[in-house]
Design a protein around this ligand. Structure first.
Ligand code: AMP
Length: 444
C-alpha cells in the first residue's frame, strides 16, 4: 500500500494530486490482438455478440469521442479510449501487504471497544486506520485521502467512539454525500458500538423529516446526514451547532461534486471554533484544498493511494454499434464469469429502462437511481448484495460509496462524465484481494 503521512505545518500540506489519466499501475495500453487475456491466460476471447468484432480499442489510435448523457448539463470531457484499457494490470496478485505498526489493542482504546472490534473479526488495522487513528485520538484535525474499501469509515469511527466513551457529552456530526453512504456509516457505527450506550440519528433528504426530528429530540452522540437535510434541520433548530464537538466530512470531494458546497460551508461556519474537523476524500481537488485551508487547523494529512485498488482491475472497452448495443450487453451478461455485475448508466430513466429490458431478456436485474424511493433503493441493493439479482444498473449518484462484496464486473454502458467518475465506478470491483474487470462501452 502506497501511503504517506504529512506532518502539520502552518499551511496544510497535501499529497500529490491523483493521476488523471491511465491506470496508476499498469499504464493504459492499447489492445493488441495478439496479447493474451489476463483472466483467461489464453487467447483473447470475444465478448461481442452475433459475430461482431470483439471489443478492442478499435482504431488502436486512442480514438476520442464525446460521451452522451452529461449530468446536470456538464460537458463530457474528450474521451480518450486508451485511458480505459489496462489489459495486464501489474497488480493482479493480492495487493501489496501494508505492514501495520499497530494492532487494535495498541491504540489504548477503551476495553468495550476493543472487545467489539475483536468480536467483529477485525484484528489488523488497515493502512488508513493504522496511520490516522492515533492522530484523531490525539485531537488533531486530519485529512484522510482514501477511497471506499480502504476501511476509512472505521478509521474515523473507532477513535471517535473511543472519545465518546471517555467523554459522554461529545457530539459528532458526520456529513456524507448520499443517503446510502450515511446509512452505511450508521450501520458500521452500530456494529462498532454494540452493547454500548451510544446513540445516533440519520438525517438524510428524500425521506420523511418527522422521524428524524423525533430522533434528534433524544440524546445523540452521532448525527449522520447529507448536507442539505442537515442544514435544513439546523435552520429549524433541531440540530444545535453549538453542541457539536467533531465534524467529519466523508467523501468530501463527492459532496462538492454534487453541489453541496454552500451547505457544507454554512454548516462549518455555524459550528463554533474549537471543534475537531476530519476530512475524508478520495481525491484532493482545488475546491477541497480550499475548504481544508479555510476550516481546518494544522491538519495532518494521511494519504492511502488508490494505486492498489484500480491497479488490480483489468480494464477494457467494448466497441458497439448503436443497434447492437443492448444485444452485446446481454451476450456478455450470459457468460458464466459475469457473476455479479454493476452497470452504470447516465440518466435515472435510462437506468430504469435498461434494467426492465434486461429482465425481459431473461437477466435477473434491478436498478438503483434517484427516482426510486429510499426503501426501493435499499431493496434493490439488498437484492444485489444477497445475489437475488445478478445485475444492478445504477446512476453514479445512487451508487456512490456503496459497498458490495465480490462484484465481478463493472460495465460502463454509458460513459462516465469524468475520469474521476470512472475511477469511482470501477472501484466497485476488484476490492480487497479480489480481481475485477471493468468494461466501457464505446461506439465503433
Ligand atoms: P470502507 O472503506 O469504510 O468502505 O470499508 C470497507 C469494508 O472494510 C467494510 O465492510 C469494513 O467493515 C471493512 N473493514 C474496515 N476495517 C477493516 C479491517 N481493519 N480489517 C478488515 N476489514 C475491515
Amino acid at each position: 500500500m502506497n501511503s504517506s503521512i504529512t506532518r502539520p505545518s502552518r499551511k496544510p500540506a497535501f499529497g500529490a494530486r491523483p493521476r488523471t489519466g491511465g491506470s496508476s499501475t499498469g499504464g493504459a495500453r492499447r489492445f493488441n490482438s495478439n496479447s493474451s487475456h489476463p483472466t483467461s491466460g489464453g487467447p483473447r476471447r470475444s465478448f461481442s455478440s452475433g459475430g461482431r468484432r470483439p471489443f478492442s480499442s478499435g482504431s488502436g489510435r486512442g480514438s476520442s469521442q464525446r460521451g452522451g448523457g452529461g449530468r446536470g448539463g456538464r460537458k463530457m470531457q474528450t474521451f480518450d479510449v486508451s485511458k480505459y484499457i489496462n489489459l495486464n494490470p501489474v497488480d493482479t496478485t493480492p495487493e501489496e501487504v501494508y505492514v501495520a505498526k499497530h494492532t487494535f489493542k495498541d491504540f489504548g482504546l477503551e476495553q468495550p471497544l476493543v472487545t467489539t472490534i475483536t468480536n467483529m473479526g477485525l484484528t489488523i488495522p488497515s493502512a488508513i486506520q493504522d496511520q490516522i487513528i492515533p492522530h484523531i485520538l490525539d485531537g488533531h484535525d486530519v485529512v484522510g485521502l482514501a477511497q471506499t474499501g480502504t476501511g476509512k469509515t472505521a478509521a474515523f469511527l473507532v477513535p471517535l467512539i473511543n472519545k465518546t466513551l471517555k467523554q459522554y457529552n461529545r457530539q459528532t456530526l458526520i456529513l456524507a454525500p448520499t443517503r446510502e453512504l450515511a446509512i452505511q456509516v450508521e450501520q458500521e457505527l452500530r456494529r462498532l458500538t454494540d452493547k454500548m450506550k451510544i446513540f445516533s440519528t440519520v438525517c438524510v433528504g428524500g425521506i420523511n423529516i418527522r422521524p428524524q426530528i423525533q430522533g434528534l429530540r433524544r440524546q445523540n452522540h452521532f448525527i449522520i446526514g447529507t448536507p442539505g437535510r442537515v442544514q435544513d434541520l439546523i435552520d429549524r433548530g433541531h440540530i444545535k451547532p453549538g453542541g457539536i464537538t467533531t465534524v467529519v466530512l466523508d467523501e468530501a470531494d463527492r459532496m462538492l461534486d454534487m453541489g453541496f458546497i454552500h451547505d457544507m460551508r454554512k454548516i462549518l461556519q455555524d459550528i463554533p471554533d474549537g471543534h475537531e474537523t476530519l476530512f475524508f476524500s478520495a481525491t484532493m481537488s482545488d475546491t477541497v484544498k480550499g475548504m481544508v485551508f479555510e476550516f481546518m487547523h494544522d491538519p495532518i494529512t494521511v494519504s492511502v493511494r488508490k494505486k492498489d485498488i484500480i491497479g488490480s482491475i483489468t480494464q477494457d472497452v467494448v466497441h458497439y454499434e448503436l443497434h447492437t448495443k443492448f444485444d452485446t450487453l446481454v451476450a456478455l451478461l450470459k457468460k458464466p464469469e459475469f457473476t455479479r455485475v454493476m452497470i452504470f448508466g447516465a440518466m435515472k430513466h435510462s437506468v430504469e429502462k435498461l434494467s426492465q429490458e434486461l429482465i425481459k431478456a431473461g437477466i435477473k436485474a434491478d436498478a438503483i437511481h434517484g427516482n426510486k424511493s429510499h426503501p426501493q433503493r435499499q431493496r434493490s441493493l439488498t437484492n444485489f448484495k444477497t445475489g437475488r439479482v445478478q445485475v444492478l444498473v445504477a446512476t453514479d449518484v445512487a451508487a456512490r460509496g456503496i459497498h458490495v462484496d465480490d462484484v465481478s464486473h463493472v460495465i460502463n454502458y454509458d460513459l462516465p462524465n469524468t475520469y474521476e467518475d470512472y475511477v469511482h465506478r470501477i472501484g466497485r470491483t476488484g476490492r480487497a484481494d479480489k480481481r475485477g474487470m471493468a468494461l466501457t462501452f464505446v461506439t465503433k
